[in-house]
Design a protein around this ligand. Structure first.
Ligand SMILES: *Cc1c(COP(=O)(O)O)cnc(C)c1O
Length: 233
């Protein structure tokens, strides 16, 4: 089932690329494996999945330890500063940087470990109160603050769009994020590359690809519904 799902998502990404005149190679599919066991990840690997997204540090580290080292792990969830030390060196990309203090902590840890980290700035485009992320107006300021820190590189922007019944409703949000990335890119800030746009989830990734996503984060569409216990939800 997971293998079939993965291939179907692949297919839909291909189609969205064709519709928008893009190359399939421009878009990375991140299989969001949070809450799902290692066995299911192995099944996705059989279909070709190599990039996995997790939103909890402990879970990312646990899976990182037991799975083959040629996989790529992305930290996509809210990151607490006291947990930064565990993900640096393991997560290839941290999608969820939304404050200068967090960027500073990642930088500090990178310097300490003698490694480099790629980060995205998480933007709350929809300005939903329940969401993490910085507002659009403050994004450039945070990009500039992160750009001067040693050991880290700003690679682009990430957003979590609202949960909607019709994915078309999120198209303006993806457009806004793309536009913001282009605007910031034009400022030619040192140590800043705006080549990653992480946007689109199970419900809306095709629209996100049409609007320029270079990374889509698909969980349910590959692994099925998640079951949370009361504590986690
Ligand atoms: C869980 C999660 C996803 C995947 O959501 P689905 O709707 O299951 O595809 C994507 N991005 C982030 C940040 C998440 O936490």
């Amino acid at each position: 089932m997971i293998k079939e799902n993965y291939r179907q998502v692949e297919q839909k990404i291909c189609e969205a690329c064709m519709r928008s005149g893009r190359e399939r190679s421009e878009v990375t599919l991140i299989a969001v494996s949070k809450t799902k066991p290692v066995e299911m990840i192995k099944e996705a690997m059989q279909a070709g999945a190599r990039v996995f997204g997790e939103n909890k540090v402990q879970e990312l580290c646990g899976k990182y330890e037991v799975l083959p080292k040629d996989l790529h792990w992305h930290m996509i969830g809210h990151l607490q500063r006291n947990k930064v030390k565990y993900v640096v060196g393991k997560a290839e990309l941290i999608h969820s940087v939304d404050s200068a203090r967090l960027a500073q902590e990642i930088s500090k840890e990178c310097v300490k470990q003698g490694v480099e980290a790629d980060i995205l700035i998480e933007v709350n485009v929809a300005e939903e109160e329940s969401k993490f992320g910085i507002c659009m107006e403050e994004t450039e300021k945070l990009v500039r603050e992160a750009a001067v820190l040693p050991g880290i590189h700003v690679r682009g922007l990430m957003t979590i769009a609202p949960y909607v019944d019709d994915p078309e409703k999120n198209r303006p949000i993806f457009r806004d994020l793309k536009k913001l990335a282009v605007d910031i890119s034009r400022k030619n800030i040192d140590n800043v590359h705006m080549d990653v746009l992480s946007m689109g989830m199970t419900g809306d990734y095709q629209v996100a690809v049409e609007e320029g996503a270079t990374m889509v984060r698909v969980g349910t569409g590959i692994f099925g519904e998640r079951q949370y216990n009361i504590k986690e939800s």
